[in-house]
Design a protein around this ligand. Structure first.
Ligand SMILES: CC(C)(COP(=O)(O)OP(=O)(O)OC[C@H]1O[C@@H](n2cnc3c(N)ncnc32)[C@H](O)[C@@H]1OP(=O)(O)O)[C@@H](O)C(=O)NCCC(=O)NCCS
Length: 311
């Protein structure tokens, strides 16, 4: 057990089991119904020495306080099957973009330095499509259905999000667990008390709809030819969990306009020339530029986005 937060440590140094809060757990009204299911739980697949002794203490949001999470120590052989299932889900999700994570990257660049987190589903509840896709080992009782990986950077207190995967991508619309991707990242940020987060994604990726809803969303690179995909951008999230509810309520963020002003510049997420143009402006020190979560939520992925500056 870590502090007052609830954990079930599987294959870790302790083997404590707490009362399952399940459906009795108080839940914010806007959170999806699946969030209180007993057969779906957050997990951390984390080396014991990386694990948090005070999950969530720096985040005002209370969604995960009473939600029991599973904890697996990845270096123990008995937890290998859970890790293999994460890789299987992730490999399928990133096949299309040619970025499945090599196994050594998972170990050297995720398990060793950082946190691997997400939600897991009890094997007996796993939909057949996911059983076929992930092909979990026969004895695996909890199967990962999402994954968020964050690793600390050399800059004090700053992390980088290096993976977000959700099984929703493989489920029929009516079977999807609404907000699974969003809540997976939220749980990881909460668990590790992350306040400053950089991340990397491709312009026009649906993931931008999620990434822009964790806090002020600053553009660090607009064009990134050193990456496998040059039409990649790098962002910095000034993580503020007080704003997370808006991902579900879809309310506007009025305070954004109190602190930011339209720069008059736009970026066309379908044009490499536009990316280069904005990137050159960033390099020249004309930023910082921020994107508006309201605009990202309301419009199509290929439409131009306004760049805002601090007032
Ligand atoms: C991107 C990904 C993580 C989204 O996970 P998810 O569980 O479907 O997302 P959530 O349920 O939390 O959020 C759903 C919202 O995301 C956005 N979204 C998700 N897929 C979308 C798509 N194909 N097109 C447009 N918007 C999309 C929408 O805003 C949607 O809300 P809505 O249903 O009200 O329109 C998942 O599709 C995935 O694993 N993709 C492959 C790997 C990947 O690209 N990861 C991101 C790397 S940066």
């Amino acid at each position: 057990m870590k502090g007052s937060r609830k954990s079930v440590i599987l294959g870790g140094s302790s083997a404590s089991m707490t009362k399952n809060q399940g459906d009795s757990m108080a839940k914010a009204k806007f959170l999806p119904d699946w969030f209180t299911r007993n057969d779906i739980k957050p997990y951390v697949y984390i080396r014991n020495e990386n694990s948090s002794y005070t999950p969530g203490v720096t985040h005002p949001v209370d969604w995960f306080n009473e939600k029991e999470h599973l904890q697996f120590e990845p270096t123990l052989l008995k937890n290998l099957d859970f890790g293999e299932a994460i890789l299987s889900l992730e490999g399928n999700a990133f096949e299309e973009s040619a970025m499945p994570m090599p196994k050594w990257v998972f170990y050297d660049c995720a398990i060793m330095p950082g946190i691997v987190s997400g939600f897991a589903m009890k094997r007996s509840s796993l939909p057949e499509e996911l059983e076929q896709l992930i092909k979990p080992a026969p004895g695996l009782k909890w199967v990962p259905i999402s994954c968020f990986i964050a690793i600390p950077t050399a800059f004090d207190g700053q992390w980088i999000a290096h993976n977000l995967t959700s099984a929703n991508k493989f489920l029929k619309r009516e079977d999807r667990l609404k907000g699974l991707g969003y809540l997976s990242k939220a749980f990881g940020l909460w668990y590790a008390n992350i306040k400053k987060l950089c991340g990397v994604t491709q312009w026009t990726s649906p993931a931008i709809k999620l990434h822009s809803c964790y806090g002020d969303f600053e553009l660090i690179t607009a064009y990134t030819p050193i990456h496998t995909h040059k039409n990649t951008f790098t962002y910095k999230s000034w993580v503020d969990s007080r704003k997370w509810f808006r991902f579900f309520t879809k309310e506007d963020a009025p305070e954004f306009h109190s602190f930011h002003v339209d720069s008059g510049l736009e970026i066309d997420p379908t044009s490499t020339e536009s990316m280069k143009d904005i990137h050159i402006k960033l390099e020249a020190g004309n930023g910082p530029f921020f994107l508006s979560e309201d605009q990202i939520r309301k419009q199509k992925l290929d439409e131009a986005l306004k760049l805002y500056m601090l007032r």
